[in-house]
Design a protein around this ligand. Structure first.
Ligand SMILES: [Zn+2]
Length: 128
């Protein structure tokens, strides 16, 4: 694999946008069974991700990735929250601050508690 390491030397490789493109490619590939012309988009996606991986223009690729992370910040946070909510479902309750809409996590099973929002410092009562 030495040749491969040499080949990849100085090239950009994988990043979050690259991972997304890969998933996107799989979705397109599945869709193309239903509607074959989508195959063109499949090829375009593969060519673009390969181009990014083997690119030597770090700066540009990183800017693309940054753009992608920026655009998807809301949705990634949402999924992260779902994941955590599920993970801690037995011990914690997730709620939204009624004043500033900040998401909060409080311990479950403590009865009625007064929550102080860490962001806006307003207090509100909550049954846990
Ligand atoms: Zn608040």
């Amino acid at each position: 694999m030495k040749w491969f390491r040499n080949f990849m030397y100085g090239r950009y490789g994988a990043d979050q946008l690259g991972n997304f493109l890969f998933v996107f490619y799989i979705i397109l590939a599945i869709l193309s069974f239903v509607y074959p012309p989508i195959m063109i988009l499949c090829y375009a996606t593969i060519i673009y991700s390969l181009f990014r991986m083997f690119s030597k223009q770090y700066y540009k690729r990183r800017a693309e990735n940054e753009w992608y992370l920026n655009k998807t910040e809301g949705i990634r946070k949402f999924f992260n929250r779902q994941k955590n909510q599920w993970k801690y479902r037995k011990t914690h309750k997730y709620l939204k601050c009624p004043h500033c809409k900040q998401y909060l996590r409080v311990p479950k099973g403590k009865g009625d508690i007064t929550v102080t929002c860490p962001k806006c410092h307003q207090q509100f009562d909550q049954r846990t």
